[in-house]
Write a protein that binds this ligand. Structure first.
Ligand code: SF4
Length: 84
């Protein structure tokens, strides 16, 4: 096996293991809204708080929230730390 093929197989194995426990969420309200969940470059604390608040509202109304491991409408260590 060439090193390139071995590297590709390692990526496939990694993705398989990541996706194995990821539920399918076809009705997710955040589809296409990754900008709300990813920290922006040069984002100030106020901008981050606003972005997270919008994300939390989106999650609060999401029909897939009951089975989503990434929902943000629950207080997290990150949001609590940033609030102080
Ligand atoms: S609960 Fe939030 S993170 Fe999870 S699918 Fe819905 S909008 Fe996306």
């Amino acid at each position: 096996m060439t090193p390139r093929k071995r590297e590709q197989l390692d990526w496939v194995s990694l993705l398989e293991s990541i996706l194995a426990d990821t539920p399918s969420l076809p009705e997710a309200a955040c589809i296409g809204r990754h900008d709300l969940f990813d920290e922006g470059q040069g984002e100030s604390k106020d901008e981050a708080r606003h972005r997270q608040a919008v994300a939390e509202k989106l999650c609060a109304g999401c029909p897939e929230a009951w089975r989503c491991p990434e929902r943000t409408d629950q207080p997290t260590a990150m949001t609590e730390a940033q609030a102080s």
